[in-house]
Design a protein around this ligand. Structure first.
Ligand code: ZN
Ligand code: ZN
Ligand code: FE
Length: 760
C-alpha cells in the first residue's frame, strides 16, 4: 500500500475527482481526502499501475491545480476493495495555498455558446477547472459558506453536479446557473435600471454606439469602449484623467489578435494560458484599425483574450475589440462594488453593467511581456496569491514594498506570498486597499509577522505604515535599501544564493547616503550589499518637477557636465523660456530643492528631452519609453555604434562619467542626425556602460554572475543589448520572470533580506 501526500494548490480545483478517476482508470483501490494542508491518498494495486498513477498525478493534473510536492511512502496492504473520496480532515494551524482566479475553460466556453445547454448565454458559468477563487474567498477552509457565493442557494440540478464526484462541478464552490446564480443588471449613469430583455445585447449596442461602460468583472470594474472609436477613447481619457498612458484591449479570439499584432509562439501560449494576462504585443499599427489613441506613440499594444463568460459573450456579441481599462480614476485602486463604482466612476461611465456576485478582493489584470521568456510587468489576476517558492524556510515576515506599483510580501515556511498589484501608494484609497489586503493574506495563510521590512525612503506611505505597525506591536523593524531589494528579488526567483554583481537601474530609490540612487552596481547577496559602482551624480533640479518635466533634467545634465554657458541653439531645449532657464540655473547654483541623483531612469528622460522626443510626461517613464520605441525601428542595424563615456574610481566605487556622452549627443542633435539613430546609439552606450563596469568589478571580485533588475529593464531593447553584451564577455546573466523587475518586485527582496538580517 502506498500513502501519497500532495502539496500545492490542490483543493477547490477538482483534484480529488481527478484522483478518483485516475484510480479507477488504473484499477487502484483506496481513498483520497483533503486535509488542512495537503491532499492525502492511499492506494493499492499492481506496481505498474501505481507507477502510471503517480506519473499522471503530476502530468495530467487539472489546469487550476499547481503541485508543489508529491511524497510517497510504502506500507503493508490494507485490502481496500473500492476507491472513495473521504471526509476532509481539518488540522489546527495548517493552511492551504489558495488558487488564483482562472480564465474560463474550454468546456464552460462551449456550454455558454451551445443553444440547448442549460447554461447557454449564462455569464457566471464556471467549474472546478475555471472561474473565480481568490476574489470571492473571505476565509479558509475554502467552501461556499466562506465565499461571497453563500447568498445563492444552489438549485437541485446544480446541487447534483456539486455532489457528483465524476462531474466537472464536483465541489465547485462558485457553481451556478441562470436559475439559481448571480445575474446582470444594466443601469444608466444615475443608477437607474435600463429595461431590456437581453442585457448582453443592450450592452453591446451601447458599446457599438461609442458609449463608455463600467463593467463589473472578476476582480473589479473595467472601463470599456470601442477600441476602434477614437472619439470614445479620447472622451474616456479626458474623463479618466489619463491623457496618454496606454490602455489594454480585449479581443474575441487569437485570430482577431493576429489581425492587429504579431504573435510569437511563446506569446500565444501566454495569451491562451489559464492565467490569461494582458500581453504586450508588437502592434501592426499600419494595418490595424485599433485607434492610435489606445497607445499613443507606442509600438506595442497590451492585449488579452476574454477570461470570464461575461467577456466571451460581450466580445462575441459586440464583434469589435474593446478597450478594457481598469475601473478607476487615474492612479486610485480599481472599483469593485456596485455602489462604490456608481460614486467613484460617475462622470466617467455613461452606463454601468452590474452583477451581484460580490468581489471580496480587488484584483487587477496581470501584464506580461515576452522577451525570450515571459516576464511579469504587473503580477495580479491569475498569479497572486500563488506564492513564490523560496529555496529556504522563512520566518514570518511582512515586507511592505515601495511606493509606486506597490505589492507587499508575507513569508512563511518556504512560501513568499507576494500580493497582487496594489497600486501607487499616493492616496488614502490605495493605503486602505494595502491594509485590507495585508489582513486578508494574514488570515488566509495564517501568518502573524514578527518582523517588518520596509524601504529606507522616509516619505513612502509604506514606510510610515511599517514604522507605525512596528512601534504599536513591538515588531522587529528592518529597513532595506531599495536597490538591494531589487537585486535580491531577482536572485531569489532564480534561486541563486551566492553573491552576484547586481545592476539595479531604475527611476528612484533612496540611497544610504541620502541621495537618490538609480544607476547602481552592487556586490550583493541575500544578506548584504556593497555599492561598487554607479552613474555619476547630477542634481534632480526642482525635485519631482524634474521627473514630470524631463527637459529640466536634460538642462541639469548639460549645465552640470558641460558648463552653464552651454549653448542651447539648435537644440529642442532652445524653446525653454529664458525666465525658466534662469530659475533652473539659480536652483543648480544654490542647490535648492535639488537632491543629487545617479538615476538611470533620469538619464533616459534627459536624453529623450534633449533629442526632442518628449520634454514633459503624463505617465511614469513615458519619455524613456517613447525614446525606446523610436530606436526599436532601427534595431536591425548591423553595426552598433556607441557614444563615449569614461569610468573613474571615486571613494572605492566605479563612477560612470557622462560628460562626453552628453556632448556627443548634443553634436548629433545639432547635426540633425535622425533620432532613431541617436536613440539606438544611446541604448547601445548604456549596454556598454553596464558591461564595462561589470568587467572592472569582476576583475576585482572574481564574480562573473550578473543580475539585472529595476524598472529600466522593462526596456526590451536595453535588456536585449545588455544581456547579449554581458554574455559575449563571459558573464552569466540573471533576469526576472516571475516577479516584476519594477518596484512591484521589491517586497520579495525586502522579505528575504529581512529574513537573513533579523535576530528573532
Ligand atoms: Zn470551466
Ligand atoms: Zn442552478
Ligand atoms: Fe525601483
Amino acid at each position: 500500500m502506498a500513502k501519497i501526500s500532495v502539496r500545492g494548490v490542490v483543493q477547490g480545483v477538482g483534484f480529488r475527482p481527478f484522483v478518483y478517476r485516475l484510480a479507477q482508470q488504473y484499477n487502484l483501490k483506496g481513498w483520497v481526502r483533503n486535509t488542512s494542508g495537503n491532499v492525502e491518498i492511499e492506494v493499492e494495486g499492481d506496481e505498474e499501475s501505481f507507477e502510471n498513477f503517480l506519473a499522471d498525478l503530476e502530468a495530467k493534473a487539472p489546469p487550476m491545480a499547481h503541485i508543489e510536492r508529491v511524497e510517497a511512502t510504502f506500507h503493508p496492504l490494507k485490502g481496500y476493495t473500492g476507491f472513495e473520496i473521504c471526509q476532509s480532515l481539518s488540522q489546527q494551524g495548517q493552511y492551504q495555498l489558495v488558487s488564483p482566479d482562472i480564465a474560463t475553460c474550454e468546456d464552460c466556453e462551449r456550454e455558454i455558446f451551445h443553444p440547448t445547454d442549460r447554461r447557454f448565454g449564462y455569464p457566471f458559468t464556471n467549474c472546478t477547472n475555471c472561474g473565480p477563487r481568490f476574489t470571492i474567498i473571505e476565509d479558509i477552509p475554502y467552501d461556499r459558506a466562506k465565499t461571497t457565493m453563500r447568498k445563492f442557494q444552489m438549485c437541485p440540478e446544480c446541487q447534483q453536479e456539486y455532489d457528483d464526484p465524476l462531474n466537472r462541478r464536483f465541489h465547485a464552490q462558485p457553481n451556478a446557473c441562470p436559475k439559481c446564480g448571480p445575474s446582470l443588471e444594466l443601469v444608466n449613469g444615475n443608477g437607474n435600471p435600463i429595461e431590456c430583455s437581453d442585457t448582453i445585447k443592450a450592452t453591446s449596442e451601447l458599446l457599438k454606439a461609442g458609449k463608455i461602460l463600467a463593467i463589473r468583472g472578476l476582480g473589479g470594474f473595467h472601463l470599456a469602449c470601442d477600441a476602434t472609436n477614437e472619439k470614445a477613447i479620447n472622451l474616456l481619457r479626458i474623463r479618466k484623467r489619463r491623457p496618454s498612458k496606454p490602455l489594454a484591449v480585449m479581443m474575441s479570439t487569437l485570430e482577431d489578435i493576429e489581425k492587429h499584432c504579431l504573435v510569437s509562439l511563446e506569446e500565444r501560449k501566454l495569451l491562451q494560458s489559464p492565467q490569461c494576462p494582458i500581453v504586450l504585443l508588437r502592434w501592426k499599427y499600419n494595418t490595424s484599425n485599433i485607434s492610435p489613441a489606445v497607445a499613443p506613440n507606442l509600438n506595442y499594444l497590451g492585449v488579452m483574450l476574454p477570461y470570464t463568460p461575461l467577456h466571451h459573450l460581450l466580445l462575441r456579441k459586440t464583434g469589435i475589440p474593446l478597450v478594457m481599462s481598469s475601473g478607476n480614476l487615474s492612479e486610485e485602486p480599481i472599483a469593485k462594488d456596485n455602489d462604490e463604482a456608481l460614486i467613484r466612476l460617475s462622470g466617467i461611465a455613461d452606463y454601468f453593467l452590474f452583477h451581484n456576485r460580490d468581489i471580496f478582493a480587488r484584483y487587477d489584470d496581470s501584464v506580461y511581456m515576452v522577451e525570450g521568456v515571459p516576464q511579469a510587468i504587473r503580477r495580479a489576476r491569475g498569479y497572486a496569491p500563488y506564492p513564490i517558492f523560496l529555496p529556504f524556510k522563512a520566518k514570518q515576515i511582512l515586507a511592505c514594498g515601495a511606493e509606486l506599483k506597490n505589492t507587499f510580501c508575507l513569508t512563511k515556511d518556504e512560501h513568499a506570498f507576494l500580493s497582487q498589484h496594489i497600486g501607487d501608494m499616493e492616496n488614502e484609497e490605495t493605503l486602505e486597499h494595502f491594509e485590507n489586503t495585508i489582513e486578508l493574506y494574514k488570515k488566509l495563510f495564517r501568518i502573524e509577522p514578527e518582523i517588518v521590512a520596509y524601504d529606507m525612503h522616509p516619505e513612502y506611505l509604506s514606510t510610515k505604515y511599517a514604522l507605525n505597525l512596528g512601534s504599536e506591536q513591538g515588531l522587529n523593524l528592518i529597513p532595506v535599501q531599495h536597490h538591494h531589494a531589487h537585486i535580491v528579488s531577482c536572485l531569489v526567483e532564480n534561486k541563486v544564493e551566492e553573491p552576484v554583481i547586481g545592476v539595479a537601474f531604475d527611476g528612484t530609490g533612496y540611497g544610504t547616503d541620502g541621495a537618490i540612487w538609480g544607476g547602481e552596481f552592487l556586490l550583493a547577496d541575500w544578506r548584504s550589499f556593497q555599492r561598487v559602482g554607479h552613474l555619476e551624480y547630477v542634481p534632480l533640479v526642482g525635485g519631482t518637477a524634474a521627473i514630470k518635466k524631463p527637459y529640466r533634467m536634460a538642462l541639469s545634465y548639460l549645465y552640470t557636465l558641460l558648463g552653464e554657458d552651454s549653448l542651447l541653439e539648435g537644440l529642442p531645449l532652445g524653446k525653454v523660456e529664458p525666465a525658466e532657464l534662469e530659475l533652473i540655473k539659480q536652483q543648480l547654483k544654490r542647490g535648492v530643492n535639488s537632491p543629487l541623483t545617479s538615476s538611470a531612469g533620469r538619464l533616459f528622460d534627459a536624453i529623450s528631452a534633449l533629442v526632442g522626443v518628449r520634454g514633459e510626461i503624463d505617465y511614469e517613464a513615458q519619455a524613456a519609453i517613447e525614446l525606446e520605441m523610436l530606436a526599436a525601428n532601427e534595431a536591425g542595424e548591423p553595426e552598433l555604434k556607441a557614444y563615449p563615456f569614461s569610468i573613474i574610481e571615486h571613494q572605492g566605487a566605479k563612477v560612470v562619467k557622462l560628460g562626453e556622452l552628453f556632448s556627443a549627443v548634443v553634436q548629433d542633435v545639432k547635426n540633425q542626425t535622425p533620432i532613431p539613430i541617436i536613440s539606438l546609439k544611446f541604448h547601445n552606450t548604456v549596454a556598454q556602460i553596464i558591461t564595462k563596469v561589470c568587467k572592472l568589478i569582476a576583475r576585482e571580485s572574481g564574480i562573473t554572475q550578473v543580475a539585472l533588475s529595476g524598472g529600466v529593464f522593462q526596456n526590451r531593447l536595453l535588456l536585449k543589448l545588455a544581456t547579449s553584451a554581458l554574455e559575449r564577455e563571459g558573464f552569466s546573466v540573471l533576469t526576472h520572470h516571475l516577479v516584476p523587475c519594477n518596484d512591484g518586485g521589491i517586497s520579495l527582496g525586502q522579505a528575504v533580506i529581512a529574513n537573513f538580517n533579523s535576530q528573532s
